[in-house]
Design a protein around this ligand. Structure first.
Ligand code: XBP
Ligand code: MG
Length: 232
């Protein structure tokens, strides 16, 4: 049994990407930028992890691009982040099936909890305060966000930093992820991964994962199977 469960946030704890997309589009319009990310385009752009990085990548792909400085990107991202929090605070984004039950069961079994995500502390807090209450963070021993590390997923940095803060080895932990980039990041850090398929990434290559589930309500079945004692 793992000593700690490390959770990704977007796609894993909740289906947040549609809200992120709407928040980006809100920011573009507010900033007077003639951009709109439709669902299909956004799905492709999601291969670039991190909102600021995603906007930069999109900008680089445009043939004739107006100059967009680091300050512009930062300003756009601030507008996007504030609007995302507003959307999440309406309560429209529930946690995915099985998440609350798994968090409670893990705690009851004495497992520690951690978060390793590409998004920001503000966004994690907006989502989890709404879903778990204002004191949610007390249940987690490490919360590592995208800008806390040098390189975002699929680099292993966020997972290595989480292990360092937990003071645990990779083999003592289990990561719960929804994307191939997240799976690669955790695998590079040496941590076994369970995939919970999300709307956006459900058809990616998860060959390196320990288990691939449709959602986390299936995890208890897996646990019972793997922990079954052979009959004497
Ligand atoms: C999630 C992301 C994030 C969000 C936007 O990846 O890629 O970039 O889409 O968040 P993962 P920010 O689930 O693998 O952590 O705009 O706050 O960067
Ligand atoms: Mg994710």
């Amino acid at each position: 049994r793992a000593a700690a469960l490390i959770f990704d946030v977007d796609g894993t704890l909740a289906e947040t990407e549609e809200l992120h997309r709407q928040a980006f589009n809100h920011a573009f319009a507010r900033y007077g930028l003639d951009w709109h990310w439709g669902r299909a385009v956004y799905r492709e752009l999601l291969q670039v992890t991190g909102g600021k990085e995603r906007m930069r990548a999109c900008h680089a792909r445009l043939a004739i691009a107006p100059p967009l400085s680091d300050a512009d990107i930062a300003a756009l991202h601030r507008i996007k982040t504030a609007y995302y929090a507003e959307l999440v605070e309406t309560g429209c984004c529930a946690l995915r099936p099985g998440v609350i039950e798994l968090l409670a069961a893990a705690k009851a079994r004495g497992q520690r909890l951690a978060i390793a995500t590409t998004t920001s502390h503000g966004n994690i807090d907006a989502l989890l305060s709404q879903a778990l209450g204002a004191r949610w963070a007390a249940e987690f021993d490490a919360i590592v966000a995208g800008d806390d590390v040098r390189h975002k997923k699929p680099a292993p940095d966020v997972y290595l930093e989480t292990l360092a803060r937990l003071k645990l080895g990779a083999a003592d932990c289990l990561v719960i992820e929804d994307s191939a980039n997240g799976l690669i990041a955790a695998s590079r850090a040496g941590i076994p991964v369970v995939i919970t398929r999300s709307m956006i990434f459900r058809d990616e290559d998860f060959g390196a994962a320990r288990f691939v589930l449709d959602d986390l309500s299936e995890l208890d079945v897996v646990r019972q199977e793997t922990e079954k004692q052979p009959h004497a």
